[in-house]
Design a protein. Structure first.
Length: 291
């Protein structure tokens, strides 16, 4: 069977050249949100993307992949699927509620590329029940330790904020800002009402959360997901992009069929906070509570 001509094939070298072309540099710290299928066909699959990022940043750089399991674990804790505030819960999966620090690959909802990074012996793997990461490089231990500390960390205690303090960048490969973890940092620092419902629990450690009765865990997860808000929220995180473009705080490229976005985390936060000061509801639509 002949291959479709409109589906490109890209290699590890193609990806590395594209990343360098958009401004990823040796020594950079970077968090990578990515969709494998967005490229077209990738020779050697997800591992080629992981290797390409490592090729560009080199041994002095730090690469972070989010291996989040929040949707699956949240559904299991709540015991239901469907919409919960800002989150669409999947069908209740086979999560072992007694072993939530043992992150299972099948529950990772950030795609094939982070899963590939987590399988590798050269990456440090986090144990956060909802928001684990896999990281490699000089900052890896610091970022993983910080990520694993609190169950619902405040913006300035998040690993991505710390990565930004070190000059780090956010890289989006074939995904938009709905996948961009930096959005949540901006929303929390800005004090947006739909993102600070769990403010009283920002210093709650993972271990403290795991010792709670299941009913109490479910209460906090509902609050964290925004399910306790008196209104519904529809995310439109893509609205930040024209603001970033106007501020020259984002760079674009293309690798195969994947659109590439790269931005310094500190620039994203600075520009985002200024935009939210003008319009606190820029990132979401506020809707009547559904029955």
């Amino acid at each position: 069977m002949s291959q479709r001509r409109d589906v490109p094939t890209v290699t590890r070298r193609d990806i590395a050249l594209g990343l360098a072309g958009v401004g990823l540099d040796p020594g950079d710290g970077v968090i990578v949100h990515a969709s494998l299928s967005s490229f077209g066909r990738v020779t050697d699959g997800a591992d080629a993307v992981v290797d390409a990022v490592l090729d560009v940043v080199g041994p002095e750089g730090t690469t972070v992949f989010p291996t989040f399991t929040g949707d699956a674990v949240g559904a299991a804790i709540l015991g239901r699927s469907g919409r919960a505030g800002l989150v669409d819960l999947p069908d209740v999966p086979d999560v072992d509620l007694g072993d939530l620090r043992n992150v299972k690959e099948r529950h990772i909802d950030t795609g094939a590329i982070p899963k590939a990074a987590r399988r590798r012996d050269d990456f440090l793997k986090g144990t956060h029940p909802l928001y684990s990461i896999a990281a490699k490089g000089p900052l890896a231990a610091e970022l993983v330790e910080l990520s694993d500390r609190c169950i619902f960390a405040s913006a300035k205690d998040k690993f991505i904020y710390r990565l930004g303090e070190h000059g780090g960048k956010a890289l989006l490969l074939g995904v938009g800002h709905l996948s961009n973890s930096a959005v949540h940092v901006v929303a929390e620092i800005a004090g947006l009402e739909y993102k600070v419902q769990d403010r009283p629990y920002w210093s709650l450690t993972v271990d403290e959360f795991l010792r709670m009765p299941r009913e109490r865990q479910a209460e906090l997860v509902r609050r964290h997901f925004g399910a306790t808000l008196p209104y519904d929220v529809e995310p439109h995180y893509e609205r930040i992009e024209p603001v970033l473009v106007a501020a020259k705080a984002i760079r674009f490229g293309r690798i195969g069929n994947a659109e590439v976005r790269l931005m310094k985390i500190t620039d994203f936060v600075r520009v985002g906070l200024a935009a939210l000061k003008r319009n606190p509801w820029m990132l979401v639509d506020k809707l009547p509570k559904s029955s």
